[in-house]
Design a protein around this ligand. Structure first.
Ligand SMILES: Cc1ncc(COP(=O)(O)O)c(C=O)c1O
Length: 470
């Protein structure tokens, strides 16, 4: 191995005095502190940004890198919702760990190409090692295949493509026109919207989606699922796949995993678990019981860029059927020198992408640095902050309307006009949260703890300030 390691030499002296290391660490700490002490929600119009860019950047002559970097940093500081702010209670966009920031810097510098194993053996094996660790936590068999994706939507797409390929061997060569009965997908109205696009993109058509009823906690209703599957079979459709969600986007609800796994097995349906956000709970002794049954999944989506607190974009796709994955994504080219032999798979033959950046390093580096126990601490802290938020809101007279062990709270109060309230909340820079419509109810407020830096004091302060705004 080469002895010249410029970036790691900067970091090597952790714990000792080392100028460069201290500087980088303190820059990141300063950015975090500045963001925490500053506004969360920008007030800017598209025209303002466009005029600014047009007046400064015609790319006519080179500019000093220092100046451009400073300018872009100012723009990012001023003109975005600060999702790493401890009072950003938003859409699963996390605060990020120092280790994962360093990982993305390393990746950009070395720019490994992960299409094939042979081009980037180290990167491929680091990803394989990391995915095998998490796949094991989910209870998947050792021969399960997994890959990093751009995000949860791509992982969900991968699941539907593989399920179609396994159920209908002609699908790959001849498309859906050779499939005698129309395949159907079952999910609840709370499942992620990506499945509508996926039905569109795969040729299934958006009408292949069956929206299964939910119980009063917004979990999938097994009785309605069974009825719809039976009805579809009678009517000549080909039920294909059921989506169970671990942590729905709107309300953080966990569908009944064990029951869904059992049902899918007995009906020979593909069981896909969309655990884009909630999947990280599998490593928490306090939370993993709520995911019991996930080991019965045919495939799982989990986003590292959600609850594993690494920068975007880092999704993961796990599948227990290596042959089906190989059949779905098979590809041959003459321009890659030689086939990779031995016990390895080229990622371009087991996933959607061809050129692919080294997505997995940020999870690997952060896990190695914090250790599993460090991660459990971060995840359980956020779950506790969810409880603090629920209790604090209830004490202050708000009504919590969702049920979940995860740190996502939907709430309202008599006479609340959510849009008006949110406008006042943003204008006062108290916090960022959103509104959501659950089932066919009126809009309610939605607040999710997405930062491991959010404290009890942050929450108590926000709830107090919200009281002043109503
Ligand atoms: C349950 C669920 N599935 C899938 C996705 C899509 O993930 P991504 O944004 O990484 O593509 C999300 C995004 O929030 C989600 O909440």
């Amino acid at each position: 191995m080469t002895a010249v390691l410029p970036l790691s030499s900067i970091f090597r002296s952790e714990g000792h005095s080392h100028m460069a290391f201290d500087e980088i660490r303190s820059v990141v700490a300063k950015v975090e502190a500045d963001i925490a002490g500053g506004p969360i929600v920008p007030t800017v119009t598209p025209q303002e940004i466009r005029s600014y860019l047009t007046s400064r950047y015609d790319f006519g002559k080179p500019l000093a890198l220092d100046d451009v970097v400073a300018d872009v940093e100012r723009m990012l500081r001023t003109w975005q919702v600060q999702v790493t702010h401890p009072r950003y209670f938003g859409l699963f966009n996390p605060s990020v760990t120092l280790a994962s920031i360093i990982a993305d810097t390393l990746v950009a510098m070395y720019n490994p190409q992960l299409a094939t194993w042979r081009t980037s053996p180290a990167a491929n094996e680091i990803e394989r090692h990391t995915l095998a660790w998490l796949g094991g936590k989910f209870g998947l068999p050792a021969n399960a295949v997994a890959s990093f994706t751009n995000g949860g939507a791509e992982a969900n797409l991968s699941a539907v493509i593989v399920a179609l390929t396994r159920a209908f061997p002609d699908y790959g060569e001849h498309g859906l026109r050779r499939v005698s009965a129309s395949p159907t997908i079952y999910l609840t109205a709370e499942a992620h919207h990506s499945f509508n696009k996926i039905a569109h993109m795969t040729g299934l058509g958006r009408r292949a989606i069956r929206t299964v009823a939910t119980d009063r906690h917004l979990k999938m209703d097994l009785g309605d699922l069974a009825r719809r599957v039976a009805e579809d079979r009678q009517n000549g459709f080909a039920p294909l796949l059921v989506v169970g969600t671990v942590g729905t986007t709107g309300a953080g609800v966990i569908d009944p995993m064990s029951e869904l796994a059992r049902f899918c097995r007995s009906e020979e349906l593909w069981f896909h678990v969309d655990a884009a956000w909630g999947g990280a709970a599998i490593i928490s002794p306090a939370l993993r019981g709520h995911l019991a049954g996930i080991d019965g999944a045919d495939s799982i989506t989990c986003d590292a860029h959600q609850w594993f607190s690494v920068p975007m974009a880092a999704g993961m796709f796990f599948c227990r059927h290596p042959d089906a994955v190989g059949a779905a994504f098979r590809a041959e080219t003459s321009y890659m020198p030689g086939k990779t032999a031995g016990p390895v798979l080229d990622p371009y033959t087991t996933s959607v992408q061809w050129s692919r950046r080294f997505i997995g390093l940020k999870l690997f580096l952060a896990l190695a640095h914090h250790g599993e126990s460090g991660y459990v601490g971060m995840i359980e802290h956020q779950a506790r902050m969810g409880d603090v938020l629920r209790e604090s809101l209830t004490r202050a007279g708000w009504r919590v309307v969702n049920t979940t062990p995860l740190p996502l709270v939907c709430f309202t109060r008599e006479g609340l006009v959510t849009a008006k309230f949110l406008a006042a909340l943003y204008a006062s820079q108290v916090a960022w949260m959103s509104e959501v419509r659950l089932g066919d109810g009126a809009p309610v407020l939605r607040a999710c703890i997405t930062s491991f830096r959010t404290t009890e004091a942050d929450i108590e302060w926000v709830v107090r300030e919200m009281g002043r705004l109503t």
